[in-house]
Design a protein around this ligand. Structure first.
Ligand code: UDP
Ligand code: MG
Length: 337
């Protein structure tokens, strides 16, 4: 494999982050300059509709390490990170939120750990989540608990999307066929050697959360169905349980008939019918979730579309005569074969 053109790529998904972007840059830049490695700051503009793209263009003129990949439409946090991973050139790649909830200062420590301990992944682990709302903490906990219980993935309970990955890890993630990746599960599922770096989760520096409850729920469902068929099995167990219950009721009905008590029955009938109906609907719903996922996996629609990449806009065009001749020869030889 050819050596990576930069030592470190910092992938930052951004969606309408005009308030926080200047603060983020102010904090990241001095830290980055102290790393002592070559790096690119790959800002993935996830179809922002505010001043973010303009700010990024201006930033690029002031800081040549900045690279901007603009997505054509808002694709979501995970897809934006995936786009960044697909294009990052670093020997190591770190993904970090733009809102300063993940401290840029930790990146240096992650790099140190990755190199010293020869691990492929360094997870940023939140040691203190007191800045998150109680609701966020409870739902996050429930999410990781259920994932750990339902699947074989050993995802760290307090690790989010702040992590450093080696080139081999990024290549592995990029090679995965699924487009709706839940990276905080996909990466641990690879099982590559890993370590962790603790950090304090800070409150958002400015602007509002781009993660409403709906998106959070979507992430959980993607996570569970992407890594576990336990819910399908749960449906089977429910069905079995319903079957056993129905048998008991049947026995009761037969005995009652033999004893001549056939008049009462309305209540039990209604109860049974609705219980069976509920179980069936639930089972169908779970099944539907997987059928739906199979369907979209078959369609294989990309999770994002790239509008432009500042690196490609700046690609040198052949200028010298030799370059032009070489390019001409290439075209000629290609048309011959
Ligand atoms: N983000 C994104 N696309 C989206 C939503 C969010 O790229 O559709 C980015 C956002 O700009 C931020 C990161 O993902 O850098 C995390 O989002 P946010 O801080 O709003 O989520 P929270 O921390 O509230 O879970
Ligand atoms: Mg945030």
């Amino acid at each position: 494999m050819p050596a990576a053109p930069v030592d470190l790529s910092v992938v930052v998904p951004m969606y309408n982050e005009q308030e926080v972007l200047p603060l983020f840059v102010e904090r990241l830049r001095p830290v980055a300059e102290a790393w002592g490695v070559t790096y690119e700051v790959l800002c993935v503009d996830d179809g922002s509709t505010d001043a973010t793209p303009v700010l990024l263009q201006r930033l690029r003129r002031e800081w040549d390490a900045v690279r901007v990949v603009r997505l054509r439409a808002n694709a979501g946090h995970q897809a934006a990170i995936s786009a960044g991973l697909a294009r990052a050139r670093g020997a190591y790649v770190v993904t970090i939120d733009a809102d300063l909830q993940d401290p840029p200062e930790t990146i240096g420590e992650m790099l140190h750990v990755a190199r010293e301990q020869h691990v492929d992944v360094v997870y940023g682990v939140r040691e203190d989540r007191s800045s998150d709302t109680a609701f966020k903490r409870v739902t996050a906990r429930a999410f990781y608990r259920s994932i750990r219980a339902l699947s074989d993935v050993d995802a760290h309970v307090d690790a989010g999307d702040f992590r450093m990955m080696s080139r081999a890890t990024v290549d592995a993630v990029n090679s995965l066929p699924e487009s709706n990746r839940v990276l905080r599960l996909v990466v641990p599922a690879l099982g590559f050697p890993s370590a962790s770096a603790g950090y304090r989760r800070a409150p958002r520096a400015a602007g509002d959360s781009k993660y409403p409850l709906g998106k959070m729920l979507r992430l959980s469902i993607d996570g569970v169905t992407g890594f576990s068929i336990a819910p399908l099995r749960f449906a089977t167990w429910l069905g079995l349980l319903g079957g056993v219950a129905a048998l008991v009721v049947l026995l009761y009905a037969v005995v009652a008939m033999l004893l001549g008590n056939t008049l009462p029955g309305w209540t039990s009938t209604v109860v049974i019918v609705s219980a069976v109906g509920a179980v069936q609907l639930l089972a169908l719903g779970i099944l539907g979730e997987y059928v739906g996922r199979t369907y979209s996996a078959l369609q294989a629609r990309p999770a994002y579309f790239v509008a432009h990449d500042s690196l490609e806009l700046e690609m040198p065009t052949p200028v010298t005569d030799d370059d032009a001749d070489a390019a001409f020869d290439r075209v000629v030889s290609q048309t011959r074969t």
